[in-house]
Design a protein around this ligand. Structure first.
Ligand SMILES: NC(=O)c1ccc[n+]([C@@H]2O[C@H](COP(=O)([O-])OP(=O)(O)OC[C@H]3O[C@@H](n4cnc5c(N)ncnc54)[C@H](O)[C@@H]3O)[C@@H](O)[C@H]2O)c1
Length: 252
């Protein structure tokens, strides 16, 4: 892809590090103007600086994606700055360090996990889709996880939240197909981020470490590349799809 997103505006949540940062930088490298969203201003602004240093155009919008008023303001700020919204990667999410059997999961952990991974995706789509419909179309990618298809012990709340993201994304794809808004999901397997080693250690101790047929975890940019393709016109007939980016883990 070269200059695939020239003239387009992309919004990426959780873009202060790892997969979100990689996606924001790839969108910018392909010519998009990018709204970099994160709850942490230091890392979000650093992503903006990295984009600008490479000649790209980006702004930082500090947002807690679990709060409706902030998500509404986030979409408003992106449209105010750039005039439109063509692509959104609703990426913010994660399991935290909550590795517990479901009988030991507290209400607090459960609610945090569902809010961070599932409610946030619903809120983002709730405010992104009307802008895209107004413009005649757009493309959304929501961050799922391989756990939506292959459950992982000790990650019950996270697994349920990502299963919910998959189901909600398919619903959104059908509801807005005729309006020209495509909605797809990425299902990454183990990706090399700063939490990777810790996750491998904890899951390894359960006897159910994530399998890696390629003998390595994926890189954040390998998820970003799938996101960009899903948002591009090359995927114009792809909606309601879930794309594994897992080095073959689900194929076993
Ligand atoms: N890393 C993996 O191996 C892996 C595998 C499968 C799926 N995923 C999914 O991919 C996505 C990104 O994963 P990652 O490892 O790059 O995440 P990460 O934890 O490295 O980054 C998440 C970003 O979200 C930001 N954030 C935290 N709370 C927020 C909030 N309330 N509002 C806005 N931003 C907030 C953080 O500051 C951080 O910059 C997540 O949805 C995760 O569940 C990751």
């Amino acid at each position: 892809m070269t200059g695939t997103f020239v003239g387009k505006v992309a919004l990426v949540t959780g873009a202060g590090q790892n997969i979100g940062r990689a996606a924001a930088m790839r969108f910018a490298a392909e010519g998009a103007r990018v709204a970099v969203v994160d709850i942490v201003p230091e890392t979000g602004n650093e992503t903006v600086r990295m984009i600008q240093q490479r000649g790209g155009d980006a702004i930082f919008i500090q947002t807690d994606v679990t709060k409706a008023s902030e998500v509404e303001a986030m979409v408003g700020a992106a449209v105010n700055a750039f005039g439109r919204l063509d692509c959104a990667f609703n990426n913010a999410g994660g399991a935290g360090q909550y590795y517990v059997p479901l009988t030991e999961c507290t209400e607090e952990k459960w609610e945090w996990t569902i809010a961070f991974n599932l409610t946030s995706v619903w809120l983002c789509m709730k405010y992104e889709i009307p802008q895209m419909v107004k413009q005649g179309g757009g493309a959304i990618v929501n961050a799922g996880s391989l756990v939506a298809m292959a459950a992982t012990p000790l990650l019950g709340a996270y697994t349920a939240s990502k299963g919910g993201v998959l189901a909600l994304s398919r619903t959104a794809a059908l509801e807005y197909a005729k309006a020209g808004v495509r909605v797809n999901v990425t299902l990454p397997g183990a990706i090399r981020t700063h939490k990777h080693e810790e996750s491998m250690r904890i899951l390894g101790a359960t006897g159910a470490p994530p399998s890696m047929p390629m003998g390595r975890p994926g890189e954040p940019r390998e998820v970003a590349d799938a996101v960009l393709w899903l948002c591009s016109d090359a995927a114009s007939f792809v909606t309601g799809a879930a794309i594994t980016v897992d080095g073959g883990a689900l194929a076993q």
